[in-house]
Design a protein. Sequence first.
Length: 397
Amino acid sequence: MISVQDGQERILAEITAPVPLEIVPIVHALGRVLGEDVRAPFDVPPADNSAVDGYAVSSADIPPKILATLAVIADLPAGAVFDGTVSAGNAIRIMTGAPMPRGADTVYPQEIVEREGDVVRIGPLEKGVNVRARGEDVQAGTVVIESGTCLRPQEIGLIASLGIWQVAVHGRPRVALLSTGDEVVEPGTPRAPGQIYDANRFALRGSIEQCGGEVIDLGIIPDLRDELRARLSEASRMADVVITSGGVSVGDYDLVKEVLGELGGIDFWQVKMQPGRPLAAGRIGPAQFFGLPGNPVASMLAFLLFVRPALWKLAGRRRLHAETFEATTVEPLRKKSGRREYKRGILAYRDGRWEVRTTGPQGSGILSSMVAGNCLIVLDEARGDVAAGEAVMVEPL
Ligand code: AMP
Ligand code: MG
């Protein structure tokens, strides 16, 4: 028996180098992991500019108490640059975003002035207002996005604002995915009595894609020794990671375990957790291998706990674990001490606090509990039964 944390650490220790970098256009970079720091090649904004539509003036012309009249000597739309200098007694009509003309340091919003023909009447105003300073967003030469960051739309927008159109990102880890079991059949085909449709390959496929992996779908392998061995070694040559589900539990009619044992380099763990106790992890040839449990909830959970950090590390990410938060359970929870338990929960904000309850029956085959839930309730090894009103940790799904 090993703890969740031990298992995670041993797996991560095996992964020493992330997938190599490739250059992609930013339009294809969403969800990819940046392989180099992005530095600003210039200040953003590149020049002092107006924050409002109005009139740019020199603060020397701001009247202390009464109204003053200035001559409007030019119209400056966004994108235009005023070549001259704003001298005493003059103002420039300016639009939001237009660079501040030389000689001007303050902008009157158009709402607070009176315009009459070629003159504008202004009152007292604080010096320097309504000007966005050069470099106030990003300064030239600074790192704006760190290597190892998974790119979201906002990072891509920021990169684009620097004039950069392609970036170095890590390749997607290739993940070969197989289901095992004589009873498991393909959705869309007829199902005989005693057979079940393959759920795991589809839930795991989505899980892999969500954490940036590229799936190589190798279908369902029947419980046949030679076929299992052949398909697993084939998979290990095609992919960075090989994932199977089923056939790793104790006391099973289990060829998977035997065949994996023969391939060598694979440990069979009983992880101190529920659901998802049995797990096989190690290497087949050049590939990292994970044999996940067959029960659908257990296989998804084992994926989240053990495979996702590994895929994230392979994909070059800096952060390898999901964030957890604290909530109050509104129902008592049964918990055996000595193992970590994950219950599917429904988290909601009520009466000024985050409250969580379970989705109902928690069997490791009840996949609908994952559908009903929006979080996992994480109960530590040391903990025993939990009373209603106690604080628990939750991990949003
Ligand atoms: P096993 O460890 O292979 O005995 O599987 C444990 C349980 O999970 C059994 O009830 C299997 O029928 C079920 N199971 C195994 N593989 C899948 C799968 N791909 N989709 C849905 N259920 C599965
Ligand atoms: Mg099986």
